[in-house]
Design a protein around this ligand. Structure first.
Ligand SMILES: *[C@@H]1O[C@H](CO)[C@@H](O)[C@H](O)[C@H]1NC(C)=O
Ligand SMILES: *[C@@H]1O[C@H](CO)[C@@H](O)[C@H](O)[C@H]1NC(C)=O
Ligand SMILES: *[C@@H]1O[C@H](CO)[C@@H](O)[C@H](O)[C@H]1NC(C)=O
Ligand SMILES: *[C@@H]1O[C@H](CO)[C@@H](O)[C@H](O)[C@H]1NC(C)=O
Ligand SMILES: *[C@@H]1O[C@H](CO)[C@@H](O)[C@H](O)[C@H]1NC(C)=O
Ligand SMILES: *[C@@H]1O[C@H](CO)[C@@H](O)[C@H](O)[C@H]1NC(C)=O
Ligand SMILES: *[C@@H]1O[C@H](CO)[C@@H](O)[C@H](O)[C@H]1NC(C)=O
Ligand SMILES: *[C@@H]1O[C@H](CO)[C@@H](O)[C@H](O)[C@H]1NC(C)=O
Ligand SMILES: CC(=O)N[C@H]1CO[C@H](CO)[C@@H](O)[C@@H]1O
Length: 403
């Protein structure tokens, strides 16, 4: 409550200064360089004069961030079950890089301070290039003391509270329920780097583009919205996705998800009744997205899907006759790190633009993440040689043409 008051006062102070024609820069309070959370639900930011606090709703912790040029920075260190303190801007950091959306750091231009990673399975050409050049150390996850040499060690989730050290920071955009909420976690990182201004600009640009695409998709819908089945095959059974962010993408792209009432949890292909029901449901579907995990995405094709489906009579499948069977694994590295878990999280406008093309084909938009299995579209494999900028500079978000 106290901290919240500070925010209001400093914002008010800034307005007054601006109104009086004074210089905001001259103020002792860093007015203006603040981020406000608009959409995300699992983190909150509070501002004091020389410190900031992030409350993270996934690990239940408060991160007290103290500016490096203050007395408090030298004197204060917290590491309790609920509070951790960090001196900012972070001078260096490492990552638990498996399935980690590194692109958030790239959009802010924070790769120069990234000094350690735990795996080479990272879907970022520029990070791989820095690693090849010896700028980044490979850390062994089984030797956690290796992480303690960095100011912060970012981890993707909070499953292992006991083994977390004082410098661990949980960064969990994928825990949010919808695509924009996930992307807004750029502000969470911005706070650690005093890069609120850039974080706000990027989020605004992405959100505006995303909302423009939502509106343009809404105008494309004819009498009935296309019905989409986003499904996956695990242990001999098919199921339709219940992941909120995927359902939201389909709605935002102008499609309709399989109704929750017929969305039985799983369909075991060895059980005839299940198979019959699945067959019937798929006869009503316009678009199928096959999200099945496979150790070999490059050779997963339409034949693999049909084999897993095990339905002999495919004559009623509109998604086959209209050539609309897709996977979201188009972009991946040579050692099979999927960009779906990285770039697609920080730039949801690209996923949405893909899905609009999937649902309402124009034929003149090249998808980034989705590939068409019926058209036998191959994956796009990339590596360090595909880093198309100076790795130490920030990546710019890709804004999709939208009228
Ligand atoms: C606030 O942001 C502006 C623009 O990015 C930057 O020039 C300035 O140094 C920042 N101020 C502080 C105190 O971080
Ligand atoms: C604080 O961080 C800034 C930016 O990294 C750095 O230039 C400066 O030297 C640091 N100041 C202190 C007192 O550590
Ligand atoms: C990582 O550390 C474990 C435990 O110390 C060790 O057994 C393993 O060989 C190390 N792995 C590598 C790749 O160095
Ligand atoms: C990271 O920064 C801290 C604080 O400036 C410093 O003590 C430490 O040596 C740095 N670690 C590495 C690996 O550069
Ligand atoms: C969508 O349709 C509405 C109403 O017909 C119109 O006002 C709006 O400009 C259209 N938007 C786009 C992006 O075409
Ligand atoms: C699917 O059904 C078969 C035949 O009844 C059974 O052996 C198998 O365990 C089932 N699989 C799952 C994942 O339930
Ligand atoms: C799918 O791949 C298999 C081998 O990987 C190949 O035999 C088959 O012809 C391919 N199917 C299609 C439709 O391209
Ligand atoms: C794509 O095609 C549509 C209709 O054919 C056209 O209106 C639009 O301008 C084209 N977009 C681009 C980027 O060429
Ligand atoms: C850092 C951490 O706790 N990572 C865990 C995230 O979740 C996966 C599976 O749910 C675990 O395997 C990781 O160890």
């Amino acid at each position: 409550m106290l901290l919240y008051t500070v925010v209001l006062l400093s914002t008010l102070g800034g307005l007054l200064l601006l109104g009086g024609g004074g210089s905001v820069e001259a103020s002792a309070v860093k007015v203006g360089n603040i981020s406000k959370v608009e959409d995300a639900t699992y983190f909150h930011i509070y501002y004091g004069n020389t410190f900031k606090v992030i409350k993270n709703g996934f690990d239940g912790k408060s991160y007290l961030l103290i500016q490096n040029n203050t007395k408090m920075a030298a004197k204060t260190k917290y590491c309790t079950s609920r509070i951790k303190s960090f001196v900012i801007p972070l001078s260096n950091y490492s990552l638990d890089a498996n399935y980690f959306p590194v692109s958030f750091f790239e959009l802010l231009g924070l790769l120069p301070n990234m000094k350690g990673i735990t795996t080479e399975m990272v879907a970022s050409p520029c990070l791989l290039k820095l690693y090849n050049e010896g700028q980044i150390q490979m850390l062994n996850k089984s030797e956690p003391q290796q992480f303690s040499q960095y100011t912060a060690h970012f981890v993707p989730n909070n499953t292992n509270q006991q083994t977390q050290s004082c410098n661990f920071v949980t960064f969990v955009p994928v825990g949010e329920q919808d695509p924009l909420q996930r992307a807004e976690w750029i502000k969470y990182l911005g706070v650690f780097a005093n890069m609120e201004v850039r974080a706000n600009e990027i989020y605004d640009a992405i959100k505006n583009n995303y909302m423009c695409l939502v509106n343009s998709a809404a105008n494309k819908t004819k009498k009935f919205k296309p019905i989409v089945a986003w499904m996956e095959f695990i242990d001999d059974s098919w199921s339709f996705t219940e992941e909120p962010y995927k359902l939201k993408y389909i709605e935002d792209a102008g499609g309709e998800n399989i109704d929750a009432s017929i969305n039985k949890v799983t369909y075991n292909i060895s059980i005839n009744d299940d198979l019959e029901q699945l067959h019937a449901i798929l006869c009503t579907v316009d678009v199928v997205i096959d999200g099945t995990f496979t150790p070999d995405p490059i050779s997963y094709n339409a034949t693999s899907f049909l084999q897993n489906l095990n339905v002999e009579d495919q004559s009623c499948f509109g998604f086959l006759s209209y050539q609309s069977l897709w996977r979201h694994d188009k972009r991946l590295t040579t050692n099979l790190a999927l960009d779906w878990y990285d770039g697609a999280v920080s730039q949801p406008q690209l996923v949405l633009a893909d899905l609009i093309e999937v649902l309402f084909p124009s034929g003149n938009y090249t998808t980034t993440y989705f590939r068409n299995l019926v058209k036998d579209e191959p994956t796009t494999n990339f590596g360090p040689e595909n880093c198309d900028r100076d790795s130490l500079t920030a990546m710019e978000p890709t804004i999709v043409a939208c009228t």
